[in-house]
Design a protein around this ligand. Structure first.
Ligand code: FAE
Length: 555
């Protein structure tokens, strides 16, 4: 296993789902043992251990020194570093704790068998791939505070993780450090040398990032799809690169050897990984829990933040049940508040609080600079002599880099259906130039986003700079059965919402919101719409940079 993550120009995740040919599940006893971190049967391949943050629903009227809204990457970095500095932290998280197995002995549902745990307050699944072989694959599920939110923002469907750990619960774990020149172009006010000397290494270490053993990659049946992707890319002259991940590669080897319960090799992704993946629960949040200074209120949603009479901020919080009903309304006073509700969550709160006068000092940059990280998906139909494999690891590990020549990096993604599909599947991250803005619709009483689906054409053109060429060289065609009938491009969604409270514009150069001392943004809302690669390492590294300065100067 290689522990020094190299820099790449891009990467990705995986979202394959199918109603057919499902892989078998794992036993509940084994699953529970693996989650405890001590699987006796798997010498050298223990599943990553997790230490739960104490769940302590905040009391009405409480006063806390620091309140963090949301428990994804930005929120977890803030909580850990504040706690290590001796400051007590309370995290408010609208999703569930995800620390208790269901009746099947597993905490998380399988991608191929979505159930009540899979979606945030929906009665029907909304899988990124809506069709397979012409058949719609979505199905009815009970309404529940499940793990994946497919939030309809008008012109775009925004996928987000819900629960203690935020997006780390559902994502592919692709952990990519962008090229220096790309980072410098995205955030020109940040000292690049400092980022690459200190904060990216700190983030990579904290997240447990590593790269697949290249020798194992060459022989593993579960990465045949990636090797086919490489062959096709290289025959068309495109650079092909490995992409680091937070998945425990030794654990995946043990999955392939059949000595531990399967996770990546059972198609788990999107609705949580029961083993193998190091989400924030196993990394930053486990370390935060160990300080004894951090508590979390799951199933609590922040609805308002406003200046308190005696100093600090009054935070209005709704406690909800698993059907999404409000069961209690609480008010908490906090000396300092960190907005870490994700790009969409933080932007929606700040835009509403500014428009309704709760935080009148916020500036005119609030809500601006939002982008989709140029996400677009497609599939290709291979020839019968190019099978991509029945069992595909759900963790992508490589991609095609055409960022310089065509503005796209394409992850070779799995389609873990359990059957041979002869398909190659890709998520491209592209240099889409469009930026949208959140605004308050007073009549409707909600925040809206003015993204337009037509803007994805720029991303499609950039992705085509790769796949038109490969199809021409291989004599293959695009698949048209994955995103509807007769539709090539998955251009209706993003997994990578970024922006809405951009660093150096809505905030100062370290995330302090203008006009209200003691309020901070520390999540993906700070990044103006694109990172050129998958975003969570950059979100983490920027949070590490900002919190260090904030603790030194403001506490
Ligand atoms: P995030 O992780 O979204 O955390 C925000 C948290 O705040 C969530 O837990 C919310 O439930 C909570 N929240 C929101 N509003 C409220 C409120 N009002 N009150 C209380 N709590 C609230 O934010 N990125 C990569 O780099 N590599 C990948 O492989 C990758 N794959 C992905 C796959 C999927 C399916 C998805 C959805 C995303 C993927 N991403 C990936 C994106 C990545 O997970 C995302 O950029 C980060 O999670 C964003 O981190 P933040 O800290 O900004």
């Amino acid at each position: 296993m290689h522990t020094t993550p190299p820099q790449f120009s891009g990467s990705s995740e995986s979202f394959g789902v199918s109603r057919r040919g499902f892989l078998t599940g794992t036993g509940s006893i084994l699953a529970a043992a693996a989650l405890s971190g001590h699987p006796a049967w798997a010498a050298g391949a223990a599943a990553p251990a997790r230490t739960a943050i104490p769940t302590a629903p905040v009391e009405n009227g409480a006063r806390v020194p620091t309140l963090v809204i949301g428990s994804g990457y930005g929120g977890s970095v803030a909580a850990l570093r504040l706690a290590q500095a001796g400051i007590d932290v309370h995290m408010i998280e609208m999703g569930m704790a995800w620390d208790t197995p269901g009746a099947d002995g597993k905490i998380f549902a399988n991608t191929t068998r979505p159930d009540y745990r899979s979606y945030w307050l929906r009665t029907r699944t909304k899988a990124p791939i809506s069709n397979f072989l012409g058949f719609p694959i979505d199905k009815d599920v009970p309404k529940y505070t499940g793990i994946l939110d497919a939030e309809d923002m008008g012109g775009i469907l925004v996928y987000q993780g819900r629960g203690v750990g935020g997006g780390s619960l559902v994502n592919g774990g692709m952990a990519v450090t962008p090229r220096r020149e790309n980072f410098a172009a995205v955030l020109p006010t940040v000292d690049v040398n400092e980022m690459y000397a200190t904060y990216y290494p700190r983030a990579n270490a904290g997240l447990g990032v590593a790269t697949i053993d290249p020798a194992w990659f060459e022989t593993a049946a579960c990465y045949q799809y990636a090797r086919v992707g490489r062959k096709h890319a290289q025959r068309s002259g495109f650079p092909f690169v490995f992409v680091p991940d937070v998945y425990d590669w030794e654990y995946m080897k043990a999955e392939a050897a059949g000595t531990v319960p399967k996770s990546a090799l059972d198609g788990e992704i999107l609705y949580g990984n029961n083993h193998g993946k190091k989400s924030l629960q196993q990394t930053y949040l486990a370390r935060a829990a160990a300080t004894g200074r951090v508590a979390v209120s799951p199933l609590h949603r922040v609805t308002s933040v406003s200046p308190a009479a005696g100093g600090g901020y009054t935070v209005a919080v709704e406690q909800i049940d698993t059907a999404g009903n409000t069961v209690a309304a609480k008010t908490v006073t906090a000396d300092k508040v960190f907005f870490a509700a994700g790009s969409v969550g933080t932007s929606k709160l700040l835009v509403r609080l500014k428009a309704t006068g709760a935080l009148p000092g916020l500036n005119a940059e609030i809500g601006k600079g939002w982008g989709d990280n140029g996400n677009v998906m497609c599939g290709r139909a291979n020839h019968m002599w190019d099978p991509t494999g029945k069992v595909q690891a759900s963790i992508p590990t490589a991609g095609i880099d055409n960022w310089d020549a065509g503005g796209a990096f394409a992850e070779v993604a799995p389609l873990p259906t359990g059957i041979e599909t002869y398909a190659s599947f890709y998520l491209s991250i592209t240099k889409n130039p469009h930026r949208a803005e959140f605004s308050w619709n007073a009549a409707a009483g909600k925040v809206e986003l003015n993204w337009q689906r037509a803007w994805k054409q720029a991303s499609i053109d950039m992705a085509r700079s790769i796949f038109d060429k490969i199809n021409a060289r291989e004599g293959t065609i695009y698949r048209t059965d994955l995103f509807g009938t007769d539709r090539v491009w998955g251009d209706h969604l993003t997994y990578h919402p970024l922006g809405g409270a951009v660093l150096g514009k809505a905030t100062d150069n370290h995330g302090r919101l203008h006009g209200h001392p003691g309020l901070y943004v520390i999540d993906g809302a700070l990044i103006p719409g694109n990172t050129s690669v998958n975003p969570f390492v950059t979100i983490t590294a920027l949070a590490e940079r900002n919190i260090e300065r904030i603790i030194a100067a403001d506490f």
